[in-house]
Write a protein that binds this ligand. Structure first.
Ligand code: ANZ
Length: 843
């Protein structure tokens, strides 16, 4: 059971035995008292074992924790506490993803300085995390908006820039024509209007910075294989990367020197091509007549339809049949996928078919019953054989070859906003683009800025701040005024935690000693972008030679949402406020992710005040497995809270009983011992593997029920050990109440003079180990069945049955009937002594 306490003890003199435990005075369980006493006073035993890096995704400091935060930090805190009890050296840090739009919006709306707003919010949220009993390594706290962090984000940019992995090109941004400002996607509503001016947002081409993540497409795809992540997340990542292996074919354009290259994954359909289609932004479009270009430009991006198309007037020649084919501009062809041009096979592709039907283009089937037709010498070949033969022929003729393409696009990292890390680049009149030298970092954000939400970003209008120098004499350079996407900040924060106080971004030695993160816990909504970007940056840093590991996160728990009951008016779909008058209106009720705008949220602070942090933590863990959604119900948390009160009373009853005398064991020993070991086994299992954390509490409840059923044994040592084990197993999940109960149990333990003393608080203990031979001590018992005094057989029954004479007799009676040892017409008398059942039958 408890490590170091596995000896059996000789029975105490019977003088000390007591038959039952009187309920002594039990102090009332008041969660806020208990939690106030323990908050922040966590003492740990010295780590002995291997390292364990447990990380939860750091929050945006919005001002208050929401239930989603409570869930994720409860999970990581539970795992970190568990690993510490195992003796491992645990890193469980916390920080703030502190750049981003809301701080800037607060500045625009209320004139509050983004930095003070952020610092204030961090203060509040840190207090809330402490109140939840989350124990983080606060001395390693990072805040991405502080210069000693973003200095290194800028350093990271330079590493990529110096290796050709950061570059500039034109890209489309959201433009508010009324306020004359660039908008983030979140500032454009579902009707395509600006959040502030209400103007219809336009698309504008601007110079933007990109990270060349596409260079790592293959590495990021292959890296997924060895990760212990949920399949769904791996699949999402793989789909996001979207590797597609196929072929290209080159089509001669009649009367032109260039060829038109298409990408296909259906090489076998080459003979079925009846026309070609290029995207509206294909370079060829620029060579077309003004009227054709005008037609193309008239297609609005929001009504993009398969049927939008215009004939270019160009003709392409089929590489094998030399048939002339018309070339169209088609809206459904994507500019940045494959080659931006498609060979269209309307007989076998739905979009091509719709387009062909709409524009009266021919349709030519080339596959029937899995065999090629209308395909010249390839007729009769299977699809695979046909694909190989066609590709081979094209390769020989120099008009085709294999080609792999990806859906992944380069990462657009520039933002025309103030509250982000300035991109460390200078534009020098003489030297052009010059990276800021590393020893000049950070490029600090200006303070005393006016926020209007109109016009260019505050950095672009601040001429004094904008002045720079590339280091050459008489240089007059301008600073880059774009800041970085906040995903850049969060793409490396886990490295900074390992070397928080280093005057480098991180030291290889410290990073290598902690990385990879062993368990990363966070919301499923970050399954693609954040995880992909963090993996990309880690791969790059590995390739440069700064890190031994390539992959940052070994195991991932992608935790589900917290949902609240949501009420909507049926007709309008409008969300209803609590208490709103709903008379005579149709209402629909559903579970949806908690959110302010849906009025379905629960404030963690209110709930913690009402039930205590321990109950909230237990509820979060127990209501659903980590990956699934939790539906918030007051009833369930009340159940958890009642159980904690029962446990509290049980421990105090025990402590009271021990004062009256103790016993080494009694006839219930085996049952209590094996129930304890079974619980250790189950709870340990829940903390490992795929983390079925939700099963841990029910196991503890079962053990508490066993103990409740054996209150008469509550002065015995096995009972004491079982209760102590229960509290120890509970401690990672409900730390405050466990610490308190443990203290009481430690004092009670001194009454068992022969039991080895246990020193220290609950978190200074070792996680208990279960022993196989103790699991089945009492799960079944062999009962001898006699009929008329003659032994007929031995029947195995559970201990519960063996101890309940009514049940035991009933079961053995039906056994005897089944075996034909007696008949139902017999006149039967049954006697039982718990080990032997004798049936006296009169016939
Ligand atoms: C001929 C063909 C025949 C195609 C057929 C499909 C079915 P995946 O597999 O997702 O990579 N395609 C290629 N480039 C495109 C672009 N820029 N925009 C839109 N569609 C494009 O998709 C590859 C297929 O998507 C290619 O194979 C091409 O159509 C189309 F019976 O070529 B296929």
């Amino acid at each position: 059971m408890l490590r170091g306490a596995r000896r059996r003890f000789p029975a105490l003199p019977s003088l000390y035995r007591r038959k039952s435990c009187a309920v002594s005075e039990t102090p009332h369980y008041n969660p806020s008292d208990v939690e106030g006493r323990w908050a922040g006073k966590w003492a740990w035993s010295q780590p002995r074992g291997p390292k364990s890096y447990i990380l939860s995704m750091f929050p945006y400091p919005s001002g208050r924790l929401h239930m989603g935060h409570v869930r994720v930090y409860t999970i990581s805190d539970t795992l970190a506490r568990y690993r510490r009890l195992l003796g491992e050296e645990v890193l469980h840090p916390m920080g703030w993803d502190a750049f981003g739009l809301p701080a800037e919006n607060a500045a625009i709306d209320h004139g509050i300085d983004p930095s003070s707003w952020t610092v204030q919010n961090i203060g509040v949220m840190r207090g809330q995390l402490d109140r939840m009993g989350c124990h983080f390594d606060w001395e390693r706290e990072v805040t991405t908006c502080s210069p000693d962090y973003y200095r290194w984000t800028q350093w990271l940019f330079l590493q990529l820039y110096n290796r050709g992995l950061a570059y500039k090109k034109k890209a489309v941004v959201n433009w508010d024509p009324v306020d004359g400002t660039v908008l983030a996607n979140e500032q454009v509503d579902s009707h395509g209007r600006s959040w502030r001016s209400g103007a219809i947002v336009e698309q504008k081409l601007l110079d933007q910075w990109f990270f060349k993540i596409t260079h790592y497409a293959d590495a990021l795809l292959e890296g997924l294989q060895d990760l212990d992540w949920p399949d769904a997340v791996k699949n999402t990542q793989a789909q996001w990367i979207g590797r597609s292996q196929g072929a290209y074919f080159d089509f001669h354009l009649t009367g032109m020197s260039e060829r038109l290259r298409v990408f296909t994954t259906s090489q076998h359909t080459l003979y079925g091509v009846t026309f070609l289609a290029i995207s509206p932004h294909h370079p060829l479009v620029k060579t077309l007549s003004a009227s054709t270009q005008a037609a193309v430009n008239g297609w609005r991006s929001d009504d993009s339809a398969v049927s939008n198309g215009v004939y270019t007037g160009l003709t392409a020649v089929h590489p094998l049949t030399h048939t002339p084919l018309p070339v169209w501009v088609a809206d459904y062809v994507l500019t940045d996928y494959g080659t931006g041009a498609v060979m269209c096979v309307p007989a076998h592709d739905d979009r091509d078919f719709l387009f062909a039907t709409h524009h009266s283009l021919p349709v030519l089937p080339v596959v029937e019953d899995g065999v090629l037709i209308h395909s010249q010498q390839c007729n009769g070949l299977s699809i695979q054989q046909g694909a190989n033969a066609i590709l081979e022929q094209a390769v020989t003729m120099g008009t085709g070859g294999t080609m792999t393409t990806y859906k992944l696009r380069d990462w657009l990292i520039s933002r025309q906003r103030y509250w982000g890390a300035p991109i460390p680049i200078l534009y020098c009149d003489k030297c052009g683009i010059v990276p800021v030298s590393e020893d000049k970092l950070p490029v600090l954000l200006p303070t005393n800025v006016q926020f209007t939400g109109r016009g260019p970003s505050p950095l672009a209008t601040n001429t004094e701040w904008g002045r720079g120098c590339c280091g050459k004499p008489h240089c007059r350079a301008r600073k880059e005024t774009d800041t970085m996407d906040t995903f850049v900040d969060s793409s490396w924060y886990f490295l900074r935690f390992t070397s928080r106080h280093s005057n480098q971004p991180f030291t290889s030695q410290e990073a290598d000693s902690w990385m990879p993160v062993d368990t990363y816990v966070g919301g499923i909504e970050h399954a693609h972008l954040h995880l992909l970007y963090a993996r990309f940056i880690t791969h790059v840093l590995h390739d440069i030679g700064f890190l031994a590991t390539k992959e940052p996160f070994q195991k991932l728990i992608a935790q589900g949402m917290v949902q609240g009951l949501t009420y909507r008016e049926e007709v309008s779909g409008r969300y209803l406020r609590p208490g709103e008058d709903i008379k005579g209106r149709g209402i629909s009720v559903s579970w949806e992710k908690m959110s302010k705008s849906k009025y379905n949220g629960v404030d963690p602070e209110v709930i913690v005040q009402r039930y205590g942090a321990d109950a909230v933590r237990l509820f979060m863990l127990f209501k659903a497995p980590p990956e699934l959604s939790i539906q918030w119900e007051d009833g369930a948390i009340q159940g958890v809270s009642r159980w904690l009160s029962r446990l509290w009373r049980m421990v105090h009853t025990h402590i009271g009983a021990v004062r009256g005398g103790v016993a080494s064991d009694d006839q219930h020993r085996d049952k209590i011992v094996s129930a304890t070991h079974k619980t250790i086994k189950q709870v340990t299992g829940a903390m490992e593997g795929r983390y079925t954390l939700n099963t841990a509490l029910p196991e503890l409840m079962i053990l508490s029920n066993v103990l409740r059923d054996h209150t008469s044994s509550c002065h015995t040592l096995p009972y004491h050990e079982a209760l102590s084990t229960l509290v120890l197993l509970l401690s990672p999940m409900a730390p405050h109440v466990s610490a308190e109960l443990w203290e009481g149990l430690s004092i009670a333990r001194t009454a068992y003079t022969q039991a080895p003393t246990i020193k220290g608080g609950v978190f200074e203990q070792s996680w208990p180990e279960w022993r196989k031979e103790l699991l089945d001590l009492s799960t079944s018992r062999a009962i001898v069945l006699q009929v008329n005094g003659r032994k007929r057989c031995v029947v195995e029954v559970s201990v519960g049955v063996a101890e309940d004479h009514h049940q035991l007799k009933a079961i053995l009676l039906s056994h005897a009937l089944e075996k034909g040892l007696i008949t139902s017409h017999d006149n039967i008398v049954i006697a039982s002594n718990g080990l032997l059942v004798n049936i006296v039958s009169s016939s």
